[in-house]
Design a protein around this ligand. Structure first.
Ligand SMILES: [Zn+2]
Length: 249
């Protein structure tokens, strides 16, 4: 029981990014999910300057459970965009940070087809060798299901399959354990938490907004969104103050 819950003293923000790239033209849907490479670079530089260490979910886990103490921030990327490798990795490397990128195992080397229906521009996702490059550069891969399905509208057998295949495929691609999960669209029900647990994930992240406080379910971790509009002073508020904690849905 205790292992399922966090026991950190200091609140821990887990940042969530999607694309690290110049934004598409004004009026495009979900433009807010693009963070410019320059903005990402200054956010990472700012973290280091203030003594924060940016960590992958595996490296963050001992802090979440209270075994380690320190000024740490989780860094996560949803969906596995190729622009994470090309535009985020240089800054992560420069500051000695690690991060977790949640990839969609059935769409490696393809595009964000699940967004097609709502008119979001199609952008390349990392392929197998790019994911291996990401990992050999010191970053981590987490799982985001096999096809980026909405668990809440799929039957249980399909959900279990999607969660299992996602883990197995990625483990065979990166030749490393894939212990961290992220619910697609942030949508899940209690039975999905049980599946993620049974299938062997150590943490699962949501789109619930908050920093992580003690006694949080490790399989329902809230995160702090960083958006195109997040200017540095707001980034600071999100990381270092209770700004996001009050935005709980
Ligand atoms: Zn996603």
């Amino acid at each position: 029981m205790s292992k399922r819950f966090t026991a950190n003293i200091r609140p821990i923000p887990i940042l969530v990014y999607h694309q690290i790239a110049a934004a598409p033209p004004k009026g495009s849907p979900f433009r807010s999910l693009y963070v410019a490479p320059e903005a990402f670079a200054s956010q990472m530089a700012w973290l280091e300057r203030l003594g924060y260490q940016g960590l992958s979910m595996t490296a963050l886990q001992p802090y979440l459970v209270g075994q380690k103490k320190g000024k740490v921030v989780g860094i996560t990327f949803d969906d596995g965009y190729l622009n994470n490798l090309s535009n985020a990795l240089p800054s992560l490397t420069k500051h000695g940070f690690s991060s977790t990128c949640y990839a969609v195992s059935g769409l490696l080397g393809k595009t964000n087809v699940w967004d097609g229906g709502i008119g979001i521009a199609q952008t390349p996702l990392m392929n197998e060798s790019q994911l291996r490059q990401w990992v050999s550069a010191g970053q981590e891969v987490g799982s985001h299901t096999h096809q980026h399905i909405d668990l809440t509208v799929s039957n249980n057998d399909n959900c279990r399959l999607e969660i299992t295949i996602g883990k197995n495929v990625l483990e065979s691609v990166v030749k490393n354990p894939v212990d961290h999960f992220c619910y697609p669209y942030g949508r899940y029900q209690p039975e999905h938490i049980g599946m993620v647990d049974e299938i062997g994930f150590v943490t699962a992240t949501t789109t619930q907004r908050s920093r992580c406080h003690a006694q949080t379910d490790m399989l329902q971790l809230p995160r702090v969104p960083v958006l195109r509009s997040t200017i540095l002073p707001v980034f600071w508020l999100k990381v270092a103050t209770a700004y996001e904690d009050r935005r709980k849905k």
